[in-house]
Design a protein around this ligand. Structure first.
Ligand code: PRE
Length: 98
């Protein structure tokens, strides 16, 4: 592969990465819009911000989906936990009226 070929291929791959990153941002934005509504519903109904049983079910499902998709399930679990921790933080702020 020539240097020119390599830089053309790298630019093509980076274009794909940029598209995927954009899709991830849009998906996350939609998820957080939805969890914002969940947070407001929970605050109105005096429900606790976290639901560990639901999280267990989500993790089991995501790990299985990840394995089937060829993604490291440990990474998928960490990623979901990272997102959920942020959501719980948002829920707590909503419940505090902030
Ligand atoms: O499903 C809920 O009850 C939510 O508040 C959403 C969510 C999530 O982000 O998926 C966040 C916190 C809960 O512990 C479980 C799940």
């Amino acid at each position: 592969m020539t240097d020119q070929d390599a830089s053309t291929e790298l630019a093509r791959l980076r274009g794909t990465i940029d598209n995927i990153d954009a899709a991830l941002v849009h998906l996350l934005a939609e998820r957080f819009k939805c969890t914002q509504q969940v947070g407001e519903l929970k605050a109105r109904s005096s429900l606790p911000p976290a639901d560990k049983a639901r999280e267990e079910r989500q993790i089991t499902r995501l790990r299985s989906l990840a394995t089937d998709a060829g993604l490291d399930p440990v990474f998928a679990e960490k990623f979901l936990n990272f997102i959920i921790a942020e959501v719980i933080h948002h829920h707590e702020r909503i419940a505090e009226g902030k």
